[in-house]
Design a protein around this ligand. Structure first.
Ligand SMILES: *[C@@H]1O[C@H](CO)[C@@H](O)[C@H](O)[C@H]1NC(C)=O
Length: 164
């Protein structure tokens, strides 16, 4: 549908809008050249740091790709574990510490086990995903369950978190 529109659009404005759209889509594709560089986020966090919660699997064969960086192990998705964006991961300084995730009127404790790499992506180690944005708390389904988020809404949620 999008391709059809891109080739057939006749109004100049529409063409420009769609071209912009097409470039955006192009820009989001993974390029396995290893040349994509994300921005490092600051490692310091306030007592309530804003972040975006995403859903990840930390199990063998899950979409986390590979063993968790902190302990070289897989983790059951029934345990509350998270990966943090590179800046917050801060060279493993939060490894195996717990953070408190606040959302939906609840506070949930989760253990930091992995990095959501904001500087590299697009390889087997990162499940061919593009680099992680710098404001991500990537959580197992146990975290989503504990927050009481209904299953249809799992995947993206504004949260705050703090060291605990
Ligand atoms: C984090 O929480 C888990 C589960 O409650 C606990 O087993 C673990 O000892 C805690 N880790 C630290 C570093 O406090």
């Amino acid at each position: 549908m999008r391709n059809f529109l891109c080739s057939k659009a006749s109004f100049l404005l529409l063409v420009i809008l769609l071209l912009t759209n097409c470039f955006d889509i192009e820009a989001q594709k993974c390029r396995p050249s290893g040349r994509i560089r994300g921005k490092k986020s600051p490692s310091a966090v306030s007592s309530n740091t804003k972040a975006y919660l995403t859903l990840n699997s930390f199990e063998d064969g899950g979409d986390g790709g590979g063993l968790s960086e902190c302990d070289n192990q897989y983790h059951s998705d029934d345990t509350p574990v998270v990966a943090l964006s590179t800046g917050w991961f801060n060279d493993k300084s939060r490894c195996l510490n717990n953070i408190t995730i606040s959302a939906n009127g609840r506070n949930v404790l989760a253990m930091v086990v992995d990095e959501c790499d904001s500087t590299m992506g697009c390889d087997a180690d990162h499940d061919y995903q593009p680099p992680c944005p710098n404001n991500i708390v990537d959580a197992s389904k146990a975290v989503w369950e504990a927050l009481g988020v209904s299953r249809e809404e799992w995947g993206g949620l504004d949260i705050t978190w703090s060291d605990s």
